[in-house]
Design a binder for this molecule. Structure first.
Ligand code: ADP
Length: 395
């Protein structure tokens, strides 16, 4: 078991993220990201401890990038034999998967079927699985789904109030995403409370470039802000989140079509849309501090929507054991947490400025006064969850 490793792959349409873990104690010994694959600007960054190397992968495709990753790991003596399992992030598991599964022909066919629901993501995830099978034909591969944790949503939460046959004929319903992260931080929060997860009620807020909140009742996801696609819900880096569906007709009348509307809502909205500057929260704060009013407005709208959604999630819970912040913004942006909780005295939050400023580092994640409702900062680790699920399903 000593040299046994687990390789985690997150294959996007033009990117490839990987992480190599030891199977013995789930130590992440190397990780990396290849970006802009298929273009002349393709490059890869590989991290081993504090060491970071970046190489050009000019015009490389996913296959060349994977070859580069495997060769680099071998050269670094980190992959002395084939991994005992390869875990893949798969974005959409539809209604077919409520847990991680070992990949076989039937699973592959199901993931392919779900591609209709996630045309940008599932084909890339499948490509990752196919390519790894070429490199390591006898290594078990495991699929870990973003949607799986939310398969416990009750029907009242997942149905859209549109003609029912669209659900039965086309699977049009709310699925939810970021499930791996919501589940992981809920498990950590439960362990901090010294209670089994099955006895905990949480609201978890995953705030990265994509953002979603989830209501977790007795350890199960009972409502979440993302829907059929990861566009619904909160305002995000470049995504609008909820809008009036009537906007479509209006935009068509002024000359836009479904492609240009989709591009606008997915890539040109959210923080970048309102600020007109950037989708990066850190940069927005710098701009706002220097008097940029649109940057300040983008931050304000973000917190307004977040507070509104947290309050909405509370309506699915009998009580709140904790609100959990995670993701790049949730873990690091103390001002976002403060501005959001300031809008929610109705839920009993009393933020402690001192604990919030240091992201709960000195209080086991707690950022609120013990007299009020608990809010925690819990760093997420989706790769670790994928590695653990891979080992569980590969053996
Ligand atoms: P992804 O969803 O791509 O994994 P991350 O979870 O890394 O993204 O989150 C990226 C977001 O986190 C960016 O908007 C970034 O500006 C923000 N962020 C990271 N660190 C800070 C910080 N110290 N203060 C404010 N925002 C931060």
């Amino acid at each position: 078991m000593n040299n046994d490793t687990i390789l985690v792959i997150n294959c996007g349409s033009s990117s490839l993220k990987f992480a190599l873990f030891t199977a013995k104690d789930f130590d992440c010994v190397a990780s990396g990201l290849a970006e802009k694959l298929g273009t002349t600007d393709a490059f890869i960054t590989i991290k081993k401890g504090d060491n970071k190397t970046t190489s050009n992968l000019t015009c490389s495709d996913h296959s060349t990038a994977i070859k580069h990753v495997i060769n680099s790991l071998k050269e670094m003596q980190l992959l002395t034999r084939e991994p005992i399992g390869i875990g893949h992030r798969v974005v959409h598991g539809g209604e077919s998967f409520s847990n991680s599964v070992r990949v076989d022909k039937t699973v592959l066919a199901e993931i392919e079927k779900c591609a209709a629901l996630a045309p940008l993501h599932n084909p890339a995830n499948l490509l990752g699985i196919t390519l790894m099978a070429e490199f390591y034909p006898s290594t078990p591969q495991v699929a870990v789904f973003d949607t799986a944790f939310h398969q416990s949503l009750p029907k009242a939460s997942y149905l859209y109030p549109i003609p029912y046959h669209l659900y039965t004929d086309h699977g049009i319903r709310r699925y939810g995403f970021h499930g791996t992260s919501h589940k992981y931080v809920a498990e950590i929060a439960a362990s901090k409370l010294k209670k089994p997860l099955s006895e905990c009620n949480f609201i978890t807020a995953h705030l990265g470039n994509g953002c979603s909140v989830t209501a977790i009742k007795d350890g199960l996801s009972v409502d979440t802000s993302m829907g059929l696609t990861p566009l619904e819900g909160l305002m995000m880096g470049t995504r609008s989140g909820d809008i009036d569906p009537g906007l479509f007709e209006f935009l068509c009348k002024i000359g836009m079509n479904s492609e240009s509307i989709s591009q606008m809502l997915n890539k040109e909205s959210g923080l970048i849309g309102v600020s007109g500057e950037t989708n990066d929260m850190r940069t927005l704060f710098e701009l706002a501090e220097n008097g940029n009013e649109r940057a300040a407005l983008a931050i304000e709208v973000f917190c307004f929507k977040l507070a509104k959604y947290i309050a909405a999630m509370a309506s699915s819970l009998p009580s709140i054991d904790a609100l959990v912040f995670t993701g790049g913004i949730g873990e690091n942006a103390s001002q976002i947490r403060a501005m959001t909780l300031a809008r929610l005295p109705i839920l009993g939050f009393k933020i402690s400025s001192q604990l919030n400023e240091c992201h709960g580092a000195e209080s086991d994640g707690r950022i609120t006064d013990p007299k009020g409702t608990l809010a925690l900062v819990v760093p997420t680790n989706e790769e670790l969850v994928i590695a653990r699920d891979t080992l569980k399903n590969a053996l």
